[in-house]
Design a binder for this molecule. Structure first.
Ligand SMILES: C[S@@+](CC[C@H](N)C(=O)[O-])C[C@H]1O[C@@H](n2cnc3c(N)ncnc32)[C@H](O)[C@@H]1O
Length: 415
């Protein structure tokens, strides 16, 4: 089996950077270990005309004459049968409303909400039948929506079950495993039940898989765990019933096989941290990264303790309160979660003390790239604002790199 990969919602290429341990040389040329062969990538940003992420992806990975490997189209408009065959599907996609309803038109059967990108992934699973899938999402996915806890992830697991996959998942906070950012994301690894890998791993109990033998337990060791809970998703008649009635407390790791979910809360094994000081640049001279007096005043307020009287839409008076944040950010801790608003005057933006001058400043775009373990200057072809935005959307590539080593061996063993 060749290690052919498709990257969906590719952004600036976090999965590819991680899986192929991508670097840039002194001249900004991409050095890529072609362990995984990326055969097709799709990236389309609905909110802007200029397609910065796609342009970055293509600039970094195109070798010329390979336009067919890079798609800049809304994924919902792509004919899934036109995607080349591949072994591993990767992608980081939004947490949306995954509920379904029975469709009025009989041919369609079941319908999800329009614009919900999970259905595009599901369509690819059906049409292209990839043996392996690696996805990334915000950890909130496990609990959504608040009115029916666990429904959305339940819908997703039932789709995998109906398409004959087993699934492992784990919420990973990158900083707890020696990466420079406190970024908590759920990683999902699914495999067809007829793969060798699936047949061999199933010799273990679900408990052994989630605590010891599964891809997450091997690469992200745990120190302890709570008791497991189980739930059958196969007993629901179909996806509509799951969507209407399924509710469950998914814990931070779990396994689905034969329609039975096993989940448990696990606690990470302590590892050495990488801190802000380890990724800060020591030669920042550009004045635009340093805070003006005016911005300092704004940050003092935004990051501080506050109680504000507010009136709700229904006219009810309440007090909105916010605690004080560590400000400036502690050099001796990993960075906080980067959002797409990084670099703007916003409560969640990092403010650091410059190593040389001791003055307050924003993190630089290079430091933002370092927080996600991208090569320095990966996104240099766009404005600073867009560079921060891209990093707010991207993932910590070192997590994917670790998983990639295991996935590589798994695929090699399929032959
Ligand atoms: C969470 S980000 C993934 C970032 C990526 N993993 C990276 O490392 O940069 C989701 C991406 O999906 C893209 N996207 C949103 N809607 C899309 C659509 N309908 N078709 C294709 N891509 C879409 C967004 O532009 C964004 O880059």
């Amino acid at each position: 089996m060749e290690k052919k990969v498709v990257e969906l919602f590719a952004g600036v290429g976090g999965f590819r950077v991680g899986l192929n341990n991508v670097k840039l040389d002194k001249n900004g040329k991409t050095i890529e270990k072609n362990n995984f062969k990326f055969v097709w990538a799709n990236q389309w940003e609905p909110s802007t005309k200029v397609q910065d992420a796609f342009l970055c992806y293509k600039t970094r990975f195109s070798k010329g004459n390979d336009d067919h490997e890079f798609s800049n189209e809304d994924i919902s408009l792509v004919d899934k049968n036109s995607i080349p065959d591949f072994t591993l599907l990767t992608g980081g996609f939004p947490c949306q409303d995954y509920s379904v309803a029975r469709s009025l038109s009989k041919e369609k059967g079941i319908e999800g909400k329009k614009g919900v990108l999970w259905w595009q992934i599901n369509d690819i699973l059906i049409k292209k039948n990839p043996p392996f899938v690696l996805l990334e999402n915000v950890d909130r996915l496990l609990k959504s929506p608040s009115t029916q806890r666990g429904r959305d992830f339940g819908v997703m697991l039932r789709c995998f079950h109906d398409n004959n996959y087993s699934v492992e998942w784990r919420v990973i906070n990158a900083a707890e495993y020696g990466h420079p950012q406190k970024r908590k994301r759920v990683y999902i690894f699914a495999y067809k039940n007829n793969t060798r890998h699936s047949e061999s791993i199933i010799e273990n109990t679900p408990e052994e898989i989630i605590f010891h033998k599964g891809i997450f337990a091997i690469n992200f060791p745990i120190s302890s765990n709570d008791k497991v809970t189980k739930k059958e998703i196969k007993d629901f008649v179909d996806l509509v019933e799951v969507s209407n009635d399924f509710e469950f407390s998914f814990e931070n790791t779990g396994f689905l096989r034969d329609g039975i979910i096993t989940t448990s809360k696990v606690y990470p094994h302590e590892s050495k941290t990488i801190n802000l000081i380890d990724i800060l640049e020591s030669n920042v001279i550009d004045s635009r990264y340093f805070l003006s007096e005016d911005n300092i005043k704004k940050f003092d307020y935004l990051k501080g303790n506050k109680r504000i009287d507010r009136i709700s839409k229904s006219g009810h008076k309440y007090v909105y309160s916010e605690g004080k944040m560590t400000y400036p950010d502690d050099h001796n801790k990993p960075g906080r979660t980067m959002l797409t608003s990084e670099g703007t005057v916003n409560r969640s933006t990092h403010v650091v003390l410059d190593i040389i001058t001791g003055e307050k400043r924003f993190i630089t775009p290079i430091e933002a790239e370092r927080l996600n373990e991208f090569p320095d200057n990966w996104t240099e072809m766009m404005s600073d604002k867009r560079r921060y935005f891209m990093m707010g959307n991207a993932l910590v590539t070192g997590i994917v790199k670790k998983l990639g080593k295991s996935i590589s061996k798994i695929i090699e063993n399929e032959e």
